[in-house]
Design a protein. Sequence first.
Length: 256
Amino acid sequence: MVATEILCSLIGLVSGFIGAMTGIGSALLAVPLLLTVPPLLSLPPVSVHSATGLAMVQGLTTNLVGAIVHKRAGFVSGSLLRWAGSGVAIGSLLGSVASKWLPSRLLLLILGFVLFFCAIQILRPAPTELDDEFIPNKPFRFAAAGFATGILSGATGLGTGSLTIALLVYWLKVPVRIAIGSTLGISLLAAVVGTLGKALTLQVPFLEATGLSVGAALGAIWGAETSHKVPTKTLRQILAALVAFSAIYALWRSLS
């Protein structure tokens, strides 16, 4: 239905804007909206499998377009992409395999408390808030942060964005704007693989995915450009709120 495609475009626009502005996985917003909004508007409901497939496509578009815009503004670190990205890839593989034998509720509980702690710490000013003062001279710590993120996200099924950006800002003291831009690039590989897997298993409705991608691309451009203009303190507050939301979601899933 045309109405469903238009709605998907609007959902893509909103979630793409927030995702590119903050670096947080926009699927956390897209999936709930896709599952709840259509029935409220008397439109055909979107199945869980289709919603997660569409969220993968939306995440791919947001990460790609957002990373390009942030890169042009100088807010993507190649060192972070190489080291943290490699850590995330290895950690995600190990975490997803290990999750078969680990209690998922315990992992989600740990993840929830870690995210809550990170949300509080993000509000604390870092030693440097100037984006041009960042010197990537701790490659092994970047890889370790990415590995820890990958383990938890791979084991729990949650996206890498929330924890990655929290660790970059809090533990590695990466300036907020560079952390946001680099996190989108780091998450891009996972989005590519995830989208391919969903598409091959026919979990991505084509027309809805097209509308969602168009909206996500426009939202990502708008969100990334907005991120460059928002004061760092405000970005920290927004990030802390979204990371806290991710923590609540993880804790809720651990109890459900």
